[in-house]
Design a protein around this ligand. Sequence first.
Ligand SMILES: [Zn+2]
Length: 387
Amino acid sequence: MADSEMHAEAASEVIDWLGGQQAEMQALLQRIVDIDSGSRQEAGVTAVAEVLHGHLQAAGIAVTLHAVPGYGVCLDALVPGAGDGAPILLMGHMDTVFPAGTAARRPFRVENGLAYGPGVADMKSGLVMNVFVAEALARCGGNALPVRLFFSCDEEIGSAATRERIMDVARGARAVFNAEPGRVSGNLVTGRKGSMVVEFEVEGVAAHAGVNHAQGASAIDALARKILALHALTDAGQGITTNVGCVKGGIVPNMVAPHAQAELDVRFTADTDIDALVGQIRAIIEAESLPRTTGRITDMRRTRPMTRTPADLLALYQRGAQQLGFSVEGEFTGGAADSGLTSSVGTPTLCGTGPVGGHAHTVREYCELATFVPRAQAVALAILALR
Ligand SMILES: [Zn+2]
């Protein structure tokens, strides 16, 4: 048989099998949505991994769980390919933004074809989709390259505990499909902004606001000037935004404030000169914006921007989708994700491959169940076509 005939046969077998899995996918989704797995809920995250582990193992797929103390585990599974080329990485995160008790309060439910529940779109449906894609390939074969599943456990809090591991896994991969929810439009994510949180504090000089006003140096006044200067760094054309989202300061109204603190959120793109931007932010915070006041940065956390998906990887996915009867485009988004880590090591990365969903991080979060099967089929076709 010619190579292309074998490919077509494997593809139709995989597509057919996935086509019959809607109910099974939904059942697995319900099981893991009904387990609370907020970031740092070690037992809950581990319980989600164990359910997925059991499912994969029953399909004959080898799974390893790597302990991440304080966070849970990372799930790592491999479906061998016909050759021993670099694996294709199907990525996801098992943590959600929701506190313990949420699943009991508003468990998984379905209404008019939409599934609701904590993490249903971001990104438990994506985890389930990836698990079924792996199972389809393990059952039907036809994938030239091995397929590796890697599900992390602290994405929603910036991936500090797993970022080195994620970058290591991505370094050896041929391509990455990250199953964050598909956009409301159905589109994929082909670029993401990076984000940074800067915590800082300002010290002034306390004084009685009535008796010794002139002897005081208000930390709140100094902070207000810094906020205006930081907000002036926003440059929509360059994709840079700055937002001081929380402030605290002062003690009582009749005292010139000796202390104030704030947290700044910064978004930027892969083209931003981040060192220069950090330099500007530091200069504003450390400047004596009012005589006898000082400012200093107390913490800085950063997630990387996702560099553009290579056109050929997007086109490959689009060809498969076309074959299945739907069309998708790539979109740029301001939200950060682990696809920033995988693209930063130079591995072609496509994000937002999960089922379509919306209102992530809110009680209205939903997943469009009808997109489960076609999105799984499209990822499978892309895997079968990759060399
Ligand atoms: Zn997510």
